[in-house]
Write a protein that binds this ligand. Structure first.
Ligand SMILES: NC(=O)c1ccc[n+]([C@@H]2O[C@H](COP(=O)([O-])OP(=O)(O)OC[C@H]3O[C@@H](n4cnc5c(N)ncnc54)[C@H](O)[C@@H]3O)[C@@H](O)[C@H]2O)c1
Length: 364
């Protein structure tokens, strides 16, 4: 890749103007690194609604129309339904645009390779954004582990309870492609879609993984549609540190949230203490978002920016700054996303084989 930073604001387009646009667009507001020049979505209603945010941008019903218009674009924010990621990204890169893609990257390793090959062939950058890496309580958690406050890490636990009540409205059209993901590819919302973030944080915090063991369940929520819980996944990092993650579905649990209604935790145990992030997407009960215990004292953090939307803003700003100035490192690359995909695929392979240990490097 022969990337040279732009010496002017990046000209950007949003491809897909659905639910998550509301958070992604925050990186672009009043940002001198970028100029939003185009909005693309087949829905006329969404184009009209989002055009109010960017009165100077042109709107298009398809990527082909944008490309044919001759409008100059440097980079795109790909906010497409997951089933469209592979062909969509290859098309976007083919037009010579850098791509910031939403997770999950795609369903299979051959598809991931096609996407990476398309980036290389067009000499463009494919980033798979991971907003959780920009959530301040998780960043502070990482810093706490690294500064030795809790001693050497001896193990950790992730927890996720998918709750059915509270939070913002998700349009039925979004669920339709999620159901397609489950039906056609056996990739569930909890383990694969939302779970992608949890797997990513495990890699980000503790590095490469050598073995994964999983027991992925299913619970029918409406006739013919199942959610991928109860699920337990355990793994070991190259360092020997082990992690475990449990996913539970609590359909009638009410949880206060401005966004989705997950009750999430990261609890890291060290030789001298522990550090725990108490929430992320949802607000849950009003605990401090990070607590650190060591040597008989509990430190509670009450002033971190624990609004989940801020992680989208900061992830997007990081990308745009990188494009504009080259200031890095660039979190995360397409290759790092493939590591997350391998982790997920190892969990599926393990579960299918009755919970045996699977090396993520050996999945196909
Ligand atoms: N980072 C996160 O935490 C997070 C959270 C939610 C969703 N996501 C991801 O964001 C992406 C979009 O999710 P969403 O919830 O906004 O979905 P959505 O269904 O609400 O929106 C998708 C939009 O894409 C449009 N679209 C469909 N085909 C298109 C095409 N060919 N060209 C342009 N636009 C097209 C649809 O009309 C719709 O407006 C998915 O990859 C999803 O996994 C990430």
């Amino acid at each position: 890749m022969t990337f040279t930073p732009y010496d002017r604001p990046v000209r950007a387009a949003f491809i897909g103007l659905g639910r998550i646009y509301d958070l992604n667009m925050r990186a672009y507001v009043e940002n001198p690194d970028v100029e939003v020049v185009a909005l693309v979505d087949p829905s006329e209603e969404r184009r009209a609604e989002r055009a109010r945010d960017w009165p100077d941008a042109q709107t298009f019903a398809s990527v082909a129309e944008l490309a044919a218009s001759g409008l100059a674009v440097d980079a795109v924010e790909a906010l497409l339904p997951i089933p469209l990621h592979v062909d969509g990204v290859i098309e976007l890169l083919g037009h010579g645009w850098h791509v910031n893609l939403q997770k999950p990257m795609c369903n299979t390793l051959p598809d991931a390779q096609r996407m990476l090959d398309a980036a290389a062939a067009n000499d463009r950058v494919l980033r798979v954004m991971e907003n959780y890496l920009f959530y301040e309580p998780l960043q502070k958690l990482k810093a706490t582990i690294e500064d030795g406050t809790i001693g050497d890490v001896v193990g950790y636990h992730l927890k996720m309870v998918a709750s059915g009540r509270g939070g913002w409205d998700v349009p039925m059209s979004s669920y339709e492609w999620q159901f397609k993901q489950m039906r056609d590819h056996a990739r569930g919302i909890l383990v694969f879609d939302d779970g992608w973030h949890k797997l990513a944080t495990a890699l980000w915090l503790f590095g490469p993984i050598t073995e994964v063991r999983a027991w992925i369940g299913a619970t029918e929520v409406v006739p013919g549609v199942s959610m991928d819980a109860p699920t337990m996944i355990a793994w070991e990092h190259e360092s020997g540190v082990r992690g475990v993650w449990d996913i539970t579905l609590a359909t009638d649990l009410y949880l206060r949230s401005d966004y989705y209604t997950n009750d999430e935790r990261w609890e890291i145990t060290g030789r001298r203490g522990y550090a725990r992030v108490n929430r992320c997407t949802g607000r849950g009960i009003q605990q401090p978002s990070l607590e650190v215990y060591a040597d008989g004292e509990l430190t509670s953090y009450h002033d971190l920016d624990d609004d989940w939307a801020s992680s989208f803003r900061d992830s997007g700003r990081h990308w745009l700054r990188w494009l504009h100035t080259g200031e890095g490192p660039r979190w995360w690359s397409g290759e790092e996303a493939v590591d997350v995909l391998r982790f997920a695929l190892a969990a599926y392979a393990s579960s299918a084989a009755g919970g045996v240990g699977v090396h993520p490097g050996k999945v196909e």
